[in-house]
Design a protein around this ligand. Structure first.
Ligand code: BTN
Length: 323
């Protein structure tokens, strides 16, 4: 028996359930049930016990846990298979493994700690225990590998909208998909995929949100921030994750995973990059120009000094005045 089996039963009711009923339901001894209850209490669950009545779940722990996340979840697909780990190297790597083993569309992995979190362009991503949110979502869309580039901006849009609503911060998207506040980064997104030549097998969208981190390593402190630093408040990570998953499903369903002109216009309004001077590398040269809009496929439209327009795919772009 797994202690989560006891939790599953207790979290479905607010009535007391006797030790014998739990033992019968799980096919174990009352002694095993008692041990399970003890271990759940040690993990931060409040479980009342009353003689002749049994056990009742009275408090969920503050840290990430599936029962608390499920309280906020309003989705049909995303998070229908939701797993919360105590520690993992990278939620993206873990979920890709599950994807190879056939995990269904909408599977979500989150973790209290990442030890080998990955960022874009080969960088690392820090997720210290119980400080930040790190989660990955698996999708099995019917699309070509070339179309996958449209999904990440949609994820950025969904997270940015949810953050604005929850925190009232003036969050913006730094193209292609960082969410920033002021000049600093709050959210990073890394999308990976497994595909045949012309068809996607699955996509893993990995999202890292800085929640309670108050000190960042020196090399990134000029460009990183957290909800705690920006608002002075501690946000419940279970509520945040539930809301992010709700928002992702809403955007993905509404848009059918494609960046129509309407969606691009909405993205453009929230995109801090548009209207600013940018520099980027092309053919071993550094070019600069002004970002003038978001083109089809989510590409960044940049006007160079000679008036020509370049449409950039998701590479490294430096935005003047940001990072
Ligand atoms: C970036 O901005 O460079 C992207 C950062 C993406 C970090 C998230 S945290 C959850 C998921 N697992 C990973 O290893 N990376 C992504």
């Amino acid at each position: 028996m797994n202690t989560n089996d006891i939790l599953d039963i207790l979290s479905r009711t607010d009535k007391y359930i006797s030790g014998q009923a739990l033992a019968d339901a799980l096919g174990v001894s009352r002694q095993a049930v008692w041990k399970g209850i003890k271990s759940l209490r040690e993990r931060g669950y409040g479980i009342d016990s009353v003689t002749n009545k049994g056990y009742r779940l009275s408090k969920l722990p503050d840290h990430l846990n599936a029962s608390a996340i499920n309280k906020y979840l309003r989705t049909k697909i995303i998070g229908s298979d939701l797993r919360v780990l105590d520690s993992v190297g990278s939620t993206n790597d873990y979920l890709k493994q599950l994807g190879n083993d056939g995990a269904p569309n909408g599977t979500v992995i989150t973790t209290r700690e990442q030890t080998k979190g990955k960022g874009r362009l080969g960088r690392t991503w820090q997720s210290a225990p119980d400080k930040n949110l790190a989660f990955s979502v698996l999708l099995r869309p019917k699309m070509t590998p070339a179309e996958v580039g449209e999904v990440t901006p949609l994820a950025g849009l969904a997270i940015c909208k949810a953050l604005r609503e929850i925190t009232e911060l003036d969050c913006m998207i730094k193209w292609p998909n960082d969410v920033i506040v002021g000049r600093k980064k709050l959210v990073g997104i890394l999308t990976e995929m497994s595909a045949e030549y012309d068809a996607v097998e699955y996509i893993v969208i990995g999202i890292g949100v800085n929640v309670d981190q108050s000190v960042f390593p020196e090399e990134i402190s000029y460009k990183a921030t957290s909800l705690l630093l920006e608002t002075g408040r501690h946000f419940d990570k279970n509520m945040l994750l539930g809301s992010f998953l709700n928002s992702l499903e809403k955007e993905f369903t509404r848009t059918n995973l494609s960046l129509t002109r309407d969606v691009l216009d909405e993205y453009e309004k929230m995109c801090v990059t548009v209207g600013r001077s940018v520099t980027f590398r092309h053919d071993n040269r550094t070019l600069s120009g002004i970002a003038v809009g978001i083109a089809e496929g989510g590409r960044l439209k940049v006007m160079l000094s000679d008036g020509t327009i370049r449409k950039l795919g998701s590479g490294e772009v430096t935005v003047q005045g940001i990072y």
